[in-house]
Every structure is written in structure tokens, then in C-alpha cells.
Design a protein around this ligand. Structure first.
Ligand code: 1AE
Length: 406
């Protein structure tokens, strides 16, 4: 039940003001009842349940050559919002996002609101159960070069990836023009290979098919893919919208895990002055909307994210929470086998290691690329150095020769 003292609490980093308390008051009133001092008494009483409140203003130390900055925490009455991300984001950071140097750092939602979001359907344990691997990081391979290729060529590429012992294979997020190999045909062919392999090895590989098309058709398409035997879906969440992910993951007929791709999020998180923090955008909100797996730039690869942000993001995905299952963190971009020890040291072993170029670019080809990663993961979790493991793995040796090892 919603009560009149439940609030969504937003934390903002604000630069450049001199009276941060006044700014906080303006936000609390301006984004809720609009105006306050000029209202007659009766109107004020009517508006009180909807009025925002300043919870804390924390002025931060700054160097003399920096502009002043502060963290502002503002509470927004729950009754002003619907239980969906668009209404929450528009309330707390709609017009405000255009009001100078202000960045939305965090959102705290009361349990009564959190419980209206189903969150991930499968979560980390559900995915591990599907694949049948519980004691090491999972390995995902990204299809590279898929646009313009006919189905039979993609089928060979798919088999090469699976033969490298990966646990998941995902479409490239830019795979929209798929006239030569439509999604339903890919699902049929790739899932058939998955089944054959499972009979052989006992391990199930998941194939994440890119869910694309007009937004009004995506839930239906997701159901159709699920019914056709798809084992996983990939969604470019930010271009389509958090609510699309929410509706797909909450639909009982979409009975497969969903991977959230971070495409377009670089427009929002990197600035210290504007946008949303990465842990909120790619962590908390993705989990709340129902992502089972979230890709994000690792601190080491080609599109790097600062380490403290990446670690906080991973924490937001996995932190204990009595309402939502944990989401698999997947540090990505420019990952090669030599980075495996650093990834596991920093993020632990309950993660997915994800690579495109680091698998397909292996000197002996895609299957050897998967094998090099598998050997690097096995060595690292058993406490062996990559140099030692490479003595017995020609694939890992070649990978380290090409990309080095940290
Ligand atoms: C953070 C997104 C990573 C991604 O989508 C991608 O395609 C990575 O490819 P590689 O591993 O950098 O080749």
C-alpha cells in the first residue's frame, strides 16, 4: 500500500551554485507542486501530500580553482508517480536534466515501489542452472561480422563459436538488417546445433538473438521468439526504453533470459557534470527493469569505464535484495584472454566474461579463441598463472603472444 510518507529519493551532484540549499528547495517544489509560497492556505493543504522535500544538502570540498559542488538529496512523494521507469525518471530528472550542471547519481525506491517491478526472471542462478555451470565465470562470444552474411555462413560461424566451449553466443547489437538470415531462421538453426551439442557434452549453450523492430511489436516478437525455441534475447535497452525491457521481462509468455546491451549509454554517464551515473543507469535501473545479464565497459578494454564506477555498477546488479534476483555483470569491450585474471580479481567469479574480437581475432581462428579463454578461466579459478597454463595450451599461448597478459 502507498502511504503519504513514502518517497522516491534522488541524489544529485550539482556544480556551480552558491546557495545549494535554495537550489534544493527550488527542485523539491518545482518538480512536484510547481509553486508554493503564492498558494492560498486551502490549496496548500490539498498539495501537501504531493510536495517534494529536501532530505540532505552535502557541500563537498573543492579546490580553489574548481566551481563549488554539492550532493542534494530530494524526496519525491510516491503518489506523484506510476510504477514505471518513465514516470520516475520524468519526475526526478525530466526538465531538471536540462537545468545546468546537474547529474543524477542515485535513486532509492521504497519497497512498496520496488515490489511492483518483477526484476530479472532468471537472474544469475537461473542462468547457471540453464547452462549447468556453477563453479566458474561464464564465457560469452559475440558474433562479429553478421550483417550481409547468408544463413549458412552464419551457421558455420555459430558452430565455430560453440565448438570453442563458450557458454553463450550473442548477436552483435548492430545486427538489424537480417534479411539474408532472419531471426526466426537463426533461432531454428542455432538452437538445433545447441541441442546436438548438449546431447554430446551435457552442457547447454544459450544463443541471444537480437530483438529489433518497431517498439509496438517488441513484446509480441519476444513471445514469438520464445515460443520458437529461442534460449535468450538481446535488447538495446536505452534506444528502445527501459519500459520496453520491463514489459518484455514481465510477460509470462517470454520465458527466456534477457541480455541488456549498453548501446547509447555513453551519451548519458561519462560526464562528471551531466546525465546519470553509470551504476544507476546500467546497474540499478537495468536490474529493476528485468535484465538478467548486463553488458558494460570494463576498466581495462577498448572502451574503458573508470574502475570505481564499473565496480559500483556490478555491485548494483548483484547486491543482496529480498525483492529482486541478482543480474549477471558482464564487463566487456576489448577483452582478450590475457585480461581474465584481472577481471576475476576485480569482479569475482560470479560474472560473464564477454568477447568479440578477443575470440574471432585469435591467430588460429574462432574456435581456438574460445578455447584460449576457457583455458585462461580454468587456470585463474584454480590459482594457476596464465604463463603456467599456457605451457599446456597452444591456444592460450598464441593468445598471450598476440595480446599479452596482465
Ligand atoms: C560494452 C559493449 C561491448 C560490445 O558490445 C562489443 O561488441 C564488444 O566487442 P569486442 O569484444 O570489443 O570485440
Amino acid at each position: 500500500m502507498t502511504t503519504d510518507h513514502e518517497y522516491v529519493v534522488a541524489t544529485y551532484l550539482v556544480h556551480g551554485h552558491h546557495n545549494f540549499y535554495k537550489k534544493a528547495q527550488e527542485i523539491a517544489v518545482g518538480l512536484t507542486v510547481g509553486t508554493w509560497t503564492d498558494l492560498p492556505k486551502a490549496k496548500k493543504e490539498q498539495m501537501i501530500p504531493h510536495l517534494g522535500k529536501v532530505i540532505e544538502v552535502k557541500v563537498l570540498n573543492h579546490k580553489s580553482d574548481e566551481s563549488p559542488k554539492a550532493l542534494l538529496m530530494i524526496g519525491y512523494p510516491l503518489i506523484n508517480m506510476n510504477p514505471d521507469i518513465p514516470s520516475i525518471l520524468t519526475t526526478v530528472f525530466g526538465k531538471l536534466s536540462m537545468d545546468g550542471q546537474i547529474k543524477l547519481m542515485d535513486l532509492q525506491l521504497p519497497d512498496s515501489l520496488l515490489s511492483k517491478f518483477p526484476g530479472p526472471r532468471f537472474g544469475i542462478d537461473g542462468i547457471r542452472r540453464m547452462i549447468g555451470v556453477h563453479n566458474r565465470p561464464l564465457l560469452m562470444s559475440i558474433f562479429k561480422q553478421c550483417i550481409g552474411l547468408p544463413l549458412h555462413e552464419l551457421e558455420i560461424e555459430y558452430q565455430n563459436q560453440v565448438d570453442g566451449q563458450v557458454d553463450l553466443v550473442k548477436d552483435d547489437e548492430i545486427f538489424f538488417h537480417d534479411d539474408y538470415a532472419p531471426a526466426l531462421k537463426r533461432i531454428a538453426v542455432f538452437e538445433k546445433y545447441n541441442q546436438q551439442q548438449q546431447e554430446h557434452t551435457g552442457k547447454k549453450v544459450l544463443y541471444a538473438v537480437n530483438l529489433t523492430g518497431p517498439v509496438t511489436q517488441l513484446v509480441e516478437k519476444a513471445k514469438q521468439f520464445s515460443k520458437a525455441g529461442a534460449s535468450c534475447l538481446l535488447l538495446n535497452v536505452i534506444p528502445y526504453g527501459f519500459d520496453v525491457l520491463h514489459r518484455i521481462s514481465a510477460d509470462p509468455d517470454v520465458n527466456v533470459p534477457i541480455i541488456a546491451h549498453p548501446a547509447f549509454t555513453g551519451s548519458f554517464y561519462p560526464s562528471p557534470y551531466y546525465g546519470l551515473s553509470a551504476p544507476l543507469l546500467l546497474g540499478k535501473l537495468m536490474r529493476l527493469s528485468g535484465a538478467d545479464i548486463v553488458l558494460f565497459p570494463s576498466p581495462y578494454g577498448s572502451v574503458a569505464m573508470p574502475k570505481d564506477e564499473a565496480l559500483d555498477l556490478a555491485y548494483q546488479l548483484q547486491s543482496p535484495n529480498s525483492i529482486h534476483l541478482p543480474t549477471f555483470p558482464t564487463p566487456s569491450a576489448g577483452i582478450h584472454p590475457g585480461l581474465v585474471p584481472s577481471i576475476i580479481r576485480d569482479f569475482g567469479d560470479n560474472i560473464i566474461i564477454n568477447a568479440g574480437g578477443g575470440i574471432h581475432g585469435h591467430p588460429q581462428g574462432t574456435t581456438a579463441g574460445g578455447k584460449a579463454f576457457t583455458d585462461a578461466i580454468r587456470a585463474t579459478i584454480s590459482g594457476q598463472t596464465l604463463a603456467k597454463a599456457a605451457e599446456n595450451s597452444a591456444e592460450l599461448r598464441s593468445a598471450i603472444h598476440k595480446w599479452g597478459a596482465q
